[in-house]
Design a protein around this ligand. Structure first.
Ligand code: F0G
Length: 402
């Protein structure tokens, strides 16, 4: 059993209420389980396949979920990059290996399942791209219509292609993500669509399983640090919330330092951490090559700041050059293809080690959030084009200089 609880004033609401914010104070809601009554052990979980649904006792869905087999993503040991940086225990959880190519699928399997359980018959979101691709796929699986709002001209090609192909109604607004989120929120409240951005408490429940899986993949060991790229700050908040549940259940005895990485052109969370602000100051004009995290007013900031501060973590910004450099390093030195925002987490580790903030003997899990093919245009811009030759062996040998 669970209730919806306001993260700010602790007001409680019944789970079947369609609510995204507290009626008393306007802050976000979170799902709170009666953990004392929960009969679950690690042994029960370890008998199930590694996936979001391994942890179903800590998820709100009662019946059969709408699933495309999300989660169970690989945890790679970054030996080569780790050697260069001087961190031998550096890992990447490759969330690009989810069905639609990003971690959003973990949230959408839960969010769309809840939409159906709550009797909602249409879904919507604003998105920098991945949320829309994922929502479109899960709405298709569920057989319900989806509306997605995107910032015009600022969404990577692969993500738009997915949203269109899965049959969502795709609207590009002449404004940024933050404005798109305000608009879709209003639309959902006035027209009864179910909102599946990270203001939705159920969606984030699915995303917390990234942390559960990583700990299971490390043989039950809690890493010293989790490093995540931060946009709307939902994912870092979700992973931390999941860890608090494992802690209450006695399954872990300490917390990893939650560390958020933003792009230098979209860094309100980093500023709030560096300046010790209680509340974040929105950036009206965010800009970065990592369009997935091109967000100036992260709605989950309150939770993310608490997660970072309570665990002794930190936040740091990396430049677009550092992001793209790490995207290439991951591809060429580790064989791991990610989109720019995802490379920000590993680029952040490199920067924080160089600044002496991260110890070289830490065991670190970076979440790399989306697949390389999401943003082919940014890839092609960084690489020389294929060499075109006549179709004969002499031309081939000459092109290869053999
Ligand atoms: N990495 C990728 C690839 C993303 O798509 C996002 C967010 C993030 C990191 C940041 O996660 O928002 O929970 O802090 N993408 C959202 C979207 C905003 O619309 O697809 P966050």
């Amino acid at each position: 059993m669970y209730r919806l609880v306001c993260v700010h004033c602790a007001a409680e609401y019944a789970p079947e209420q369609i609510l995204y914010t507290c009626e008393r104070c306007g802050h976000l809601l979170t799902v709170s389980y009666a953990l004392d009554d929960l009969a679950v052990t690690r042994d029960v979980w370890s008998e199930r396949p590694l996936s979001v649904w391994r942890y179903r006792e800590l998820l709100p869905v009662q019946g059969e979920p709408v699933t495309l087999r999300e989660g169970g993503t690989p945890l790679y040991h970054l030996r080569s990059i780790g050697r260069e940086i001087g961190v031998s225990e550096l890992y990447a959880k490759h969330e690009g290996m989810n069905p639609s190519g990003s971690f959003k699928d973990r949230g959408m399997t839960v969010g769309v399942s809840m939409a159906l359980e709550l009797g909602m018959r249409s879904v919507a979101c604003a998105s920098t791209g991945n949320t829309s691709a994922s929502l479109a796929a899960y709405a298709a699986k569920a057989g319900i219509p989806a509306v997605v709002l995107l910032p015009a001209g600022k969404v990577a090609l692969g993500k738009v292609a997915q949203a269109l192909m899965h049959g969502a109604r795709v609207i590009a607004i002449r404004g940024n993500f933050d404005r798109a989120l305000e608009m879709v929120h209003e639309l959902c409240l006035s027209h009864g669509l179910y909102l599946l951005n990270s203001v939705n408490p159920f969606r984030l429940e699915g995303q917390k399983t990234i942390g559960f899986e990583a700990i299971d993949q490390l043989g039950g060991c809690v890493p010293d640090r989790f490093v995540l790229p931060v946009g709307n700050a939902g994912n870092i908040s979700a992973v931390y919330k999941g860890l608090t549940e494992l802690h209450t259940l006695g399954m872990i005895d300490r917390y990893p330092m939650m560390t958020g990485i933003q792009a230098a052109g979209a860094r309100p969370v980093v500023d709030a951490i560096e300046q010790g602000l209680a509340e974040l100051v929105p950036d009206p004009d965010p800009e970065t090559v990592a369009t997935a995290i091109r967000i100036g007013a992260p709605v989950n900031a309150e939770k993310a700041l608490a997660a970072i501060r309570k665990t002794g973590g930190t936040a740091a910004a990396v430049t677009d050059e550092e992001i793209l450099g790490m995207q290439r390093d991951l591809a060429r030195k580790e064989g791991i293809g990610v989109e720019p925002a995802s490379a920000a987490s590993v680029a952040g580790v490199r920067a924080l080690v160089e600044r002496g903030v991260i110890d070289r003997d830490e065991r670190i899990v970076c979440v790399v959030t989306g697949h390389l093919l999401k943003d082919p245009e940014t890839v092609v811009k960084q690489c020389a084009p294929p060499v075109e030759i006549d179709a004969d062996l002499r031309s081939l040998l000459s092109a290869l200089r053999l």
